[in-house]
Design a binder for this molecule. Structure first.
Ligand SMILES: C[S@@+](CC[C@H](N)C(=O)[O-])C[C@H]1O[C@@H](n2cnc3c(N)ncnc32)[C@H](O)[C@@H]1O
Length: 278
């Protein structure tokens, strides 16, 4: 387990993923009844953008750095995501910190909702556990075990974000198995699986196995910084969403083209399409 998100926090992929996360949770919040959010690969919680890892890659400059400086007005989902960020890191000229998915979810959660975060790395776990929250519980445990332990939630409504580091080549074959097993236990739940676009061949297998599994309502959203598939270089990312809440597709269709223009003017593109419809 060498992956450390501190090198990548606030990059274009985080911006894309967390914009989607806020929109998904807002969708669940349209009803008063509580939801549970399970973050299987939670990370450290908050990242200092002046730290050595963040400065070494400088990735955040092409992500949240660009968006922060962009002139509005923005589509509602993008404005909402930025408002959540500002509530967590302040409204300075440039962000000094960038929050991870569990803190973003906790900021969106209402008093009746729950955030369950699993993080296997003890150092990242300890950092996340330092953030006191009335809605969040943090577990130093395997996220795939978390899918088994925490789903279905007592609320019977919720979202699981699966955001692994993809360090291990077996992850891509494991993911559909784990996701489908979770879906069998909690079929009405919403699931969001993030993936990097580097080498697209193995990803096609992941998409196909989910497409052929009998699942309904499987949505794909992708953002590419460039059309080039450069061997091994991260040039985009995507999210596979099962059971997205009502209105999510339209929000992404409105928002992703605007975000893409900000993050990758001239070269970027985005897609939102059903892999398996209703
Ligand atoms: C991509 S980062 C998470 C970023 C976070 N979800 C966010 O959006 O801010 C992946 C995290 O998963 C952790 N991790 C790796 N394998 C894990 C496992 N089997 N279960 C739980 N966490 C794991 C890593 O330590 C790392 O912190």
């Amino acid at each position: 387990m060498n992956y450390r998100h501190a090198f990548h926090a606030g990059n274009f992929a985080d911006v894309f993923k967390h914009l989607c996360l806020v929109a998904l949770l807002r969708g669940l919040s349209r009803k008063d009844s509580p939801w549970a959010y399970l973050d299987t690969h939670a990370g450290a919680g908050m990242y200092d953008l002046s730290s050595v890892p963040a400065q070494k890659t400088g990735e955040y400059r092409q992500g949240i750095g660009r968006l922060w400086q962009a002139p509005g007005p923005f589509p509602a989902a993008l404005a909402d995501y930025l408002a959540v960020l500002r509530s967590l890191v302040g409204g300075k000229d440039a962000p000094h910190h960038y929050p991870g998915s569990p803190l973003i979810a906790a900021a969106v959660a209402r008093p009746q909702d729950r955030v369950i975060a699993c993080e296997l790395n003890p150092i990242e776990y300890a950092a996340l556990a330092e953030y006191p929250s009335t809605v969040m519980t943090v577990h130093n445990s395997d996220g795939y075990q978390g899918l088994k332990a925490f789903l279905p939630p007592v609320e019977r409504r919720g979202l699981a974000l699966i955001d692994p580091p993809y360090e291990d080549a077996t992850e891509l074959t494991r993911l559909p198995r784990e996701l489908l097993a979770a879906h069998r236990r909690f079929a009405t739940g919403c699931y969001a699986l993030w993936y990097p676009l580097k080498d697209e061949g193995p990803l096609a297998g992941l998409k196909r196995s989910l497409q052929d599994s009998g699942l309904r309502r499987l949505l794909l959203a992708e953002l590419r910084l460039s059309a080039l598939v450069q061997g091994g270089i991260l040039h985009g990312c995507g999210l596979l969403v099962i059971n997205p809440p009502w209105g999510f597709v339209e929000q992404l269709q409105e928002t992703l083209p605007v975000l893409t223009k900000i993050l990758a003017p001239g070269s970027g593109s985005s897609r939102v399409e059903w892999l398996v419809p209703e």
